[in-house]
Design a protein around this ligand. Structure first.
Ligand SMILES: Nc1ncnc2c1ncn2[C@@H]1O[C@H](COP(=O)(O)OP(=O)(O)OP(=O)(O)O)[C@@H](O)[C@H]1O
Ligand SMILES: [Mg+2]
Length: 561
């Protein structure tokens, strides 16, 4: 069938590992369907044997059988339905996990250009949509098809002439469904995009609620929310109208076929061509035909929606990974901490490159201060060192080994970067500090915290290290947040420490204490200090000035400043 196109087939890959469990579920479900199929047939004996034959014993027997078969069919459907829900949930988690793992490997560039709400919408709503269709529909699809085939078989067997008359309107009904599918898919896609844009809007403006309030923009943002919602509702209405048309027209045609059966079938009963019982059974089956046919039509539109969602999920998976781990990583052994930038060029695809033939050698144990105008590429140097991005040209070497040849986990255990905007998670100070080394005990954590100059602060907190830092560390001051990030880097015990304006929010006295402490930890190891502050530069072994992506000056602290 055309609907099982590349998109769906690609989605089916997640189903393959579960095929055996699915087969068992299917078998149980088919048994239930077979039983359900038997029920209308009982009406024939009911009318011909029990009612027309005036046989009370047969009446009781038939009703008893009816009850037993109904219960058994219910139980089988229940069991298969429950198991199916479980399996489909597992399949969908596999899909979510695959996407999540992929996202973890994408570079900061991807996250810089893709709204978080957009990603969340695909990971949450689209995967849920696929799950909904899969959970409600895939089993129903097989059940319905089996039921349909069985019913058609019974109808043919009961009175094939009547069946042909009843089926005459089926082809146009099917044509109508197929006709609407493609248009429906376009509508669904537009609707999903608009719904995602609402999510992105909400996340951005709520995360930035302080700016919204400070800029007196609350009303403006509410209006923007309303506009986005209106546009979503408009696309929802267009989608819904089409989906009613797509479902209603075929349903109308099917009802017309019931009228045909009344007319032609009644005529045949009156003429004596079939018994009343046969006609009644035929009607009973035909009525039951409507449900599965409508179910299948619903499934067809459901599948169209799921296809749209699958494509949106696949688009995330198709996002190329820029930083790729070496197939056979080189061993670093004991790291001395020599860093060499060898004619490195690196850009973000926006005009000219950020770094252009950037050359820099840092000796093991050296403290190099990196300075230069804002936007000259200092943070990019840090990103390159920990491989958030890779050079477009040139190489970055650690102890003479191209860092692209080193296992990412090893590199990131040796190089610690304290980022410019210190990142913390919404958990305790303890967990934030030992994030890179979860096995560290609280005593070690406390030592790192003291070195980072947070000891006194922690002492004033009733919960000490267990104090929660709030969403994005909002329950801390900027300087406290920075020191949590520094404590984390110190605990990681790296061979190379990169501090990107890591003490910019500290007062001079605190900064001096923190610098003294990490100096001690980093003795004999390498430190790259990105800073605009002269005091820090003065304490460095060497100052390197970067301008327009190149080293323009390097020398002993006094000369460079
Ligand atoms: N994801 C991105 N996409 C496009 N351009 C980017 C991206 N990230 C950074 N840039 C650009 O690259 C340049 C260098 O950025 P970088 O953060 O390295 O500067 P910096 O020297 O650290 O500046 P600052 O002192 O202000 O922190 C800037 O002009 C910035 O606009
Ligand atoms: Mg920077």
């Amino acid at each position: 069938m055309a609907i099982l196109d590349a998109e769906i087939r690609r989605g089916l890959r997640y189903v393959t590992p579960y095929k055996r469990r699915l087969a068992v579920i299917l078998a149980i479900n088919l048994a239930g369907t077979a039983l359900a199929l038997y029920i209308p047939f009982l009406t024939r004996s009911l009318v011909d044997d029990a009612l027309l034959g005036q046989d009370t014993g047969a009446l009781v027997r038939i009703v008893g059988l009816f009850a037993a078969v109904t219960v058994a069919s219910f139980v089988l459907n229940f069991v298969s339905g429950m198991r199916y829900t479980k399996v489909s949930a597992e399949i969908l988690f596999d899909m979510r996990l695959t996407v999540y793992r992929h996202l973890q490997r994408l570079s900061p560039r991807f996250f810089a250009r893709t709204p978080l709400g957009e990603i969340m919408s695909r990971l949450n709503n689209d995967v849920s949509e696929i799950q909904r269709v899969l959970a409600d529909a895939a089993l129903a699809w097989l059940g319905n098809v089996a039921f349909l085939v069985g019913t058609v078989g019974m109808l043919l067997w009961l009175d094939w002439r009547l069946f042909v008359a009843a089926a005459a309107l089926l082809p146009p009904a099917i044509w109508a469904i197929v006709h609407y599918r493609r248009r429906l898919e376009v509508r669904v896609r537009v609707m999903r995009e608009r719904s995602a844009s609402i999510g992105a809007f909400l996340i951005e403006t709520l995360a930035g609620v302080r700016l919204v309030a400070a800029s007196n923009a609350a009303e403006r943002e509410s209006a923007r929310f309303r506009r986005r919602n209106d546009s979503f509702v408009a696309s929802l209405m267009r989608m819904q109208r089409l989906s009613y048309l797509a479902g209603g027209l075929p349903a109308l045609l099917l009802s017309a076929s019931t009228a045909v059966v009344f007319l032609y079938g009644g005529w045949r009963v009156i003429g004596g061509a079939v018994t009343l019982g046969t006609f009644t059974a035929f009607m009973a089956y035909q009525i039951r035909l409507i449900g599965p046919v409508q179910g299948l039509m619903g499934l067809y539109t459901g599948l169209a929606a799921a296809r749209v969602s699958l494509r949106r999920v696949h688009e995330l998976l198709d996002e190329p990974v820029e930083v790729v781990e070496a197939a056979e990583p080189a061993e670093l052994g004991a790291v001395r901490g020599e860093i060499v930038f060898e004619d490195v060029s690196c850009g973000h695809g926006r005009g000219s490159a950020v770094l252009e033939d950037f050359r820099l050698t840092v000796a093991p144990g050296e403290v190099v201060a990196l300075t230069g105008p804002s936007g000259c590429g200092k943070s990019t140097v840090a990103d390159l060192l920990i491989r958030h991005v890779d050079p477009d040209r040139g190489r970055v070497l650690l102890d003479g080994t191209d860092i692209r040849a080193v296992a990412l986990a090893e590199l990131r255990a040796r190089v610690a970067v304290v980022e410019q905007g210190a990142l913390v998670f919404n958990t305790s100070i303890l967990e934030n500090v030992r994030y890179a080394r979860p096995d560290a005990d609280p005593a070690e954590v406390m030592r790192a915290v003291e070195r980072a100059g947070l000891g006194a602060f922690i002492g004033t907190l009733p919960d000490g290290l267990d104090t929660l830092v709030g969403e994005r560390g909002q329950a801390l001051s900027a300087g406290e947040r920075q020191r949590v990030a520094i404590a984390r880097a110190l605990l990681a015990d790296p061979a190379v420490l990169v501090l990107d304006e890591a003490t910019s929010a500290l007062d001079a006295a605190t900064e001096a204490r923190v610098v003294g402490a990490y100096r001690e930890v980093m003795r004999g190891r390498t430190t790259v200090l990105i800073t605009h502050r002269e005091e820090l530069m003065r304490g460095a072994d060497r100052v390197v000035v970067v301008d327009r992506g190149r080293v323009v000056e390097a020398g002993a602290p006094r000369r460079a400043v």
